[in-house]
Ligand binder design. Structure first.
Ligand code: FES
Ligand code: FES
Length: 162
């Protein structure tokens, strides 16, 4: 057994797990944060995406012990004071989800994409960068619309604050 200590959604948490435990299972089963989903366990679907030290990762592709000491943000940590994150709000506004199973991973990936492109995102880039996230319901069109809309809003907000 190994002891794992993480900062998750602003809180320091510790737990014991087997050496072979994947980060996604530690998040879901030890920490009880079940918004991060498991759709494949083979690093294809992207439903398990969280942020580790500010970058999106597939949490089924790393061991919990490897992540120990890092800062993790899950879908439960992106809303502020009960207000949805702009990406969550855009998915709602643009009907970027149906069953919702892929949505936490989509949102976490989208936040990372938007953060890395500094307002310069276009549709082709969004489609390319979302290729690691699979949705079996929506056909992606509304997801892409939601990401572009959130990008425009978040970038406008940044400009207004500057
Ligand atoms: S569960 Fe991680 S990519 Fe599918
Ligand atoms: S909304 Fe159902 S899998 Fe994407």
């Amino acid at each position: 057994m190994a002891k794992v200590t993480l900062t998750v959604n602003g809180r320091t948490v510790s737990g014991e797990c087997e050496d072979r435990t994947l980060l996604v299972h530690f998040i879901r089963e030890t920490l009880g944060l079940t918004g991060t989903h498991v759709g494949c366990d083979t690093t294809q679907c992207g439903t398990c995406v969280v942020h580790m030290d500010g970058q999106s990762i597939k949490s089924c592709s790393i061991l919990a012990v490897q992540a120990s000491g890092s800062t993790i943000t899950t879908i439960e940590g992106v809303a502020v004071n009960g207000e949805m994150h702009p990406v969550q709000a855009a998915f709602k506004e643009h009907h970027g989800l149906q069953c919702g199973f892929c949505t936490p991973g989509m949102v976490m990936t989208a936040i990372d994409i938007i953060g890395r492109h500094n307002g310069t995102l276009d549709e082709a880039t969004v489609r390319h960068e979302l290729e690691g996230n699979i949705c079996r319901c929506t056909g992606y069109h509304n997801i892409v619309k939601a990401v572009l809309s959130a990008n425009a809003e978040m970038h406008a907000g940044r400009q207004a604050a500057e």
